[in-house]
Design a protein around this ligand. Sequence first.
Ligand SMILES: Cc1cc2nc3c(=O)[nH]c(=O)nc-3n(C[C@H](O)[C@H](O)[C@H](O)COP(=O)(O)OP(=O)(O)OC[C@H]3O[C@@H](n4cnc5c(N)ncnc54)[C@H](O)[C@@H]3O)c2cc1C
Length: 449
Amino acid sequence: MSRHITLLGAGLTGPLLAIYLARRGHAVDLYERRPDMRVRDIGGGRSINLALSTRGLHALAGVGIDQEVLADAIAMPGRMIHDLEGNLSLQPYGTEAQAINSVSRAGLNMLLLDRAEREPNVTIHFSARCTGVDLGTRTVTVRDDETGAERSFVADLLIAADGANSSLRASMEGMPGFTAATEWLDHAYKELEIPPGPDGSFMMERHALHIWPRHDFMMIALPNPNATFTCTLFAPYEGPNGFDSIGAGDDDILAYFKTHFPDAVPMMPTLLDDWRANPTSRLGTVFCSPWHVDDWAFLIGDAAHAIVPFYGQGMNCCFEDCHVLDSLLAEESEDWGMIMRRFHELRKPNADAIARLAVANFLEMRSKVVDPDFLRKKKIEARLHGMFPERWIPLYTMVTFTIIPYAEALRRAGEQDALLDRIGVDAVESALEEGPEKVREVLWNEVPA
Ligand SMILES: Cc1cc2nc3c(=O)[nH]c(=O)nc-3n(C[C@H](O)[C@H](O)[C@H](O)COP(=O)(O)OP(=O)(O)OC[C@H]3O[C@@H](n4cnc5c(N)ncnc54)[C@H](O)[C@@H]3O)c2cc1C
């Protein structure tokens, strides 16, 4: 049965979901607080580019736009580590064929808006901010940010894809049995830029995600198609290398960067301007439960489970939400109460798993990538995966290059880690030298008959 769906938020999740819902025969009114970014410059906002990987691509493929998105993406098959002396080392993310993809947030958002608008049963309302949701009367209030006019209407069905500060989630705060918390990191981030060289070319290897790991802080850089790199400094608010420790003067800012990222400074002519123009933003993880209100309303995407960006999975997880919801709609198209409960049951453990993994990956990026023991283990795991592609899959590969549910990936990785710890890396390394039969025997006690 076709429903009239009120969908809040036309960021990355909203328009993709609108396409999926429209193709299942529902009428969608999509409300976005910002003006239409295709006709009005609304500024860069946060994270100019994003890493898109298998889960996100899988969900985009579900509506036939994965290849179009990939056409404008830059493949990043590995991490390029920059040490203090400016030496570079490339650490592949997976096999030769596997890469994450740097995509423009605005470009992707505009493409999704275009495609959503092409669906005959989707209407997008811009500058339309949801200012309140009354759960009792099932009423949504929307303000036109251009005119200030406010109107309220009873929504047949409400879905909130309005991001980490969701208006529906705020209204759910008083709901019996509802819990919500945001865990803030003591690190913040600021975006900076490496422009193209004088001849318009990339100043560093474009096919890599660049990292300057400095233990309790780091800088990263992702390439853009216009030959710029968007750099992000992640540092504690306080402490010796934190934002608070950097003075406000030009010399103070330059001294910090020259000390910690000396090879980057000559490539950052706009550093001082960027530093002052761009905000220092905080990072947090949103946990809440349940995600739905009876059979009437529910949260999806960052509104339900915003995470920190260190696994490059926030958007990928949101897109996967849309695909999973669509699979539920294919099975059960009438009972929305059931659909919402099943969606929560299926997605909550996975959202919790990637939330944990994302926090843990910060330590990996800023510190472990230069730890010889960690690198040795990575190499062993890559060899095991090469030998037994289905049986042994490194955690990063499961998360980034498969659609194995996040919680399952976390569980399997725990088992793999325990096995490696029990047998010991020396023994596994020697077995790898001898070949697959020896590895089977050492790891899994399988002796050929
Ligand atoms: C620094 C940083 C780097 C990141 N890097 C990556 C990455 O590399 N890979 C990755 O997969 N993910 C990444 N993410 C995560 C990714 O940005 C989010 O997971 C994704 O944007 C969530 O999409 P969303 O549509 O659910 O929410 P949002 O993108 O936040 O969109 C919400 C939309 O709702 C609108 N809205 C908000 N309130 C209202 C309201 N009251 N009424 C109407 N509209 C409203 C907003 O204007 C916005 O358009 C990163 C995040 C950050 C902060």
